[in-house]
Design a binder for this molecule. Structure first.
Ligand code: PLP
Length: 377
């Protein structure tokens, strides 16, 4: 048989029907501890170290992303936290995108304050900026593409090549693109990070994160021990729920992308809209790179800048009826957010920027909603 298609793996990977009851849906094993036989542990010992539902989830995540090992965490931030702990050391130099998920930026500057990490922000849209920023003490290049919230596109393959030449670990936060649209391992990355809270979960009801490794080795062993000893693990129920959501992941993604493409085209050039950020628009400055490194579309996220500043932007968000004005992304329902408000103490987003997570509703209804809301401005 040929290797199984992504859609089949998304349904079946990580679980074979158990023998005792023949449960087609995997049972949720809530027990935190497991009986030993003659004093010898059987497969499982204690749920912080491993649990049947978590093993199933990790198996599926590794397969979907095309990696050798996946390590699940209680949130995307917990996953990034573990990656920084495993790869960095006090005083380390790390390159992060200048437009980066704000939580990652504040993790490095605030939570790791005592480590004096030198996190240098680089506009990775030009690979030469990355080359120029690399130093002998650079330990990690952290890519996020498309970026949050300006949807900048970085050439993963070119950046990963620079990292490989200098022996620097290259990680990619693939939360927005997901392996459906973008395959960082095939482009040379060593590590992929996910907030599984977003498209993998897909229904705005599970918090989770994961690190996926291209190869098993020193780094995966170290991360596994941080997961177990650090204890930032997802519950069996969260793992089960995420496993269930992943079954429909490859079916949801094309709808997110085609809806986002149509909405971006509709908003592009509207008199009330100053700017549309979407990598699927030919006017996007790195559209060609996006076309080359993404497949099946350009994802379900876009941002817009509204003419008339913050006030008009908030008005537009409030006039929308289908789009909920809320943070987060990747769920089946469409969301819109005044991003600067959500960025806490050190906001970076322009005051008139709205970030849109396009859901899987009927696109005609989403466009009509914008049409009526724009009409009220
Ligand atoms: C949401 C998000 C995170 C953080 O994940 P949590 O699950 O909220 O902890 C990290 N990176 C990106 C790109 C995100 O969208």
């Amino acid at each position: 048989m040929d290797p199984l298609h992504l859609n089949t793996q998304a349904v079946h990977a990580g679980y074979t029907i158990e023998k005792e009851f023949g449960s087609v849906s995997q049972p949720i094993i809530l027990s935190t501890t497991f009986e030993r036989e003659n004093g010898v542990p059987r497969e499982h010992i204690y749920t912080r170290s491993e649990n049947p539902n978590r093993i199933s989830l990790e198996t599926k995540l590794a397969i979907l992303e095309g990696g050798a090992d996946a390590i699940a965490f209680a949130s995307g931030q917990a996953a990034a936290y573990a990656a920084f702990q495993a790869i960095l050391e006090p005083g380390a130099h790390v390159l992060i995108p200048d437009d980066c998920y704000h939580g990652i930026r504040s993790l490095l500057s605030q939570v790791y304050l005592g480590w004096q990490i030198n996190a240098e922000e680089v506009d990775m849209s030009a690979v030469s900026n990355v080359a120029d920023a690399i130093r002998p003490e650079t330990k990690l290049i952290w890519i996020e593409t498309p970026t949050n919230p300006k949807l900048k596109i970085f050439d993963i393959q070119a950046i990963a090549k620079l990292g490989a030449e200098k022996g620097i670990t290259v990680a990619c936060d693939n939360t927005w693109a997901t392996p459906f649209f973008q395959r960082p391992f095939e482009l040379g990355c060593d590590l992929v990070m996910h907030s599984t809270t977003k498209y993998f979960g897909g229904h705005s009801d599970i918090l989770g994160g994961a690190l996926i490794l291209k190869e098993k080795g020193t780094l995966s062993t170290r991360l596994r021990s941080i997961q177990s000893a650090g204890g930032g693990v997802p519950s069996p129920f969260d793992c089960w729920l995420l496993n269930r959501s992943l079954a429909t992941f490859p079916l949801r993604m094309p709808v997110h992308a085609s809806n986002a493409q149509v909405l971006a085209q509709f908003l592009h050039g509207k008199p009330a809209i100053e700017r549309v950020y979407y990598p699927g628009l030919p006017s996007h400055p790195n559209h060609e790179v996006a076309k080359a490194q993404m497949q099946h579309g350009f994802g379900g996220m876009l941002s817009i800048e509204v003419k008339g500043g913050k006030e008009k932007a908030i008005q537009l968000a409030e006039h929308l009826q289908i789009f909920a004005h809320a943070t987060s992304l990747g769920g089946v329902e469409s969301l819109i957010e005044h991003r600067r408000t959500a960025e806490g103490a050190n906001p970076r987003s322009p005051d008139n920027l709205l970030r849109i997570s396009v859901g899987i509703e009927f696109i005609g209804d989403l466009v009509a909603d914008f049409e009526q809301a724009l009409g009220k401005l």
